[in-house]
Write a protein that binds this ligand. Structure first.
Ligand code: SF4
Length: 108
């Protein structure tokens, strides 16, 4: 579904049927972050770009809302690969197990 800022994000849910105006981020699981979430977070959220760059089915994203300087809220994303059982340092790229470099780059 598209966020109010136009990015495609599979975690965004909006229900506007018959005058409803319900929106939520389904990436967030902790209750404190749920309370602090609003669609303004989507504007600077890295998740839509991550989903565009890396569609790996084994990578699980999670997110919490952090405050910078005590008041500017932003999404802090972490990623885990269920196949390699490791934390993914760079979610845009992945852990590297499923998509290793082709042999032509590895042979000297
Ligand atoms: S905050 Fe990020 S992950 Fe959540 S709905 Fe908005 S763009 Fe998607």
């Amino acid at each position: 579904m598209r966020t109010p800022y136009g990015q495609e994000c599979r975690f965004f849910f909006g229900d506007y049927f018959r005058g409803r105006n319900f929106e939520e981020c389904r990436l967030i699981t902790d209750s404190n972050s749920k309370l602090n979430w609003s669609t303004k977070i989507c504007k600077s959220c890295p998740v839509p770009d991550i989903l565009l760059a890396n569609a790996c089915q084994h990578m699980q994203l999670s997110g919490v809302i952090k405050k910078d300087f005590g008041f500017i809220k932003r999404m802090n994303v972490s990623a885990y690969c269920e196949k390699s059982k490791t934390k993914v340092k760079e979610p845009h790229i992945g852990c590297g197990q499923c998509h290793p470099l082709p042999d032509i780059f590895l042979e000297g």
